[in-house]
Design a protein around this ligand. Structure first.
Ligand code: PGA
Length: 242
């Protein structure tokens, strides 16, 4: 079973455009037991996505708050995401770490909140270009995993880890499948073997299969290409053939 996760980020700018993307998904995604498609739109479009896609894809949030509710202006809680139809939530994306100063400790709290609400957290980890040059890939990834998943029973909890080298996100410079495979093996060694592992960072129709076949990942976290329904549906179709 492969996971193909769409991360729309802060896009698109209108309901009209969101409807267009979702209509493209509806037309192009073939339902299959071999692939679980998870769409993570802006929270504003979750209702629309649920109504349009029905059982064709699962839904996910792009983030959640660590408390279940209360006086926290602007936040969206894990129970709210679950109630909106989400089964998953992306946590600790590098853009949240960078622009919203999210620490591993804070991410750990969010993961616990997500699990308590019955959501599958997708924990994002990965090194920056500087960290890669300094030879710190495994050190960074290990700290993000150990601290992000602190006090969580990995044998019991349903969690997904996404390896997203920060320098490969949105740059068109994907990490080579060979290099990504080394990190995926490292992650499998330090975390539980049963945790599905995704690759993310400039995934496109030309490189997607190589991560799922030779590099041994269980799925993909797709940003830019997820806004192009024809290409995204091709990624899904290709994953089903494996
Ligand atoms: P990208 O983004 O596919 O546009 O590189 C991936 C991500 O940030 O999850």
């Amino acid at each position: 079973m492969k996971y193909i996760v769409a991360n729309w980020k802060c896009n698109p700018a209108s309901v009209k455009e969101a409807k267009k993307i979702l209509a493209g998904y509806k037309k192009g995604i073939k339902k299959s037991k071999k692939a679980q498609v998870v769409i993570c739109p802006s929270a504003l479009y979750l209702g629309l996505a649920k109504e349009t896609l029905k059982s064709l894809a699962a839904l996910g949030g792009q983030n959640c708050f660590c408390e279940n509710g209360g006086a926290f202006t602007g936040e969206i809680s894990a129970p709210q995401l679950a109630d909106a139809g989400c089964g998953y939530v992306i946590i600790g994306h590098s853009e949240r770490r960078k622009y919203f100063a999210e620490t591993n400790e804070y991410i750990n709290k969010k993961i616990k909140a997500a699990l308590a609400a019955g959501l599958v957290p997708i924990l994002c980890v990965g090194e920056t270009r500087e960290e890669r040059i300094e030879g710190k890939i495994t050190e960074i990834v290990e700290t993000q995993i150990k601290e992000g998943l602190k006090d969580i029973d990995l044998a019991a909890a349903k969690i997904i880890i996404a390896y997203e080298p920060v320098w490969a996100i949105g740059t068109g410079q994907a990490c080579s499948p060979e290099e990504a495979a080394v990190v995926s093996q490292f992650i499998r060694n330090i975390a539980s073997d049963k945790i599905p592992l995704l690759y993310g960072g400039s995934v496109n129709v030309a490189n997607s299969v190589s991560y799922l076949s030779e590099a041994g990942f269980d799925g993909l976290l797709v940003g830019g290409v997820s806004l192009k329904p024809e290409e995204f549906c091709k990624l899904v179709a290709d994953a089903i053939t494996l």
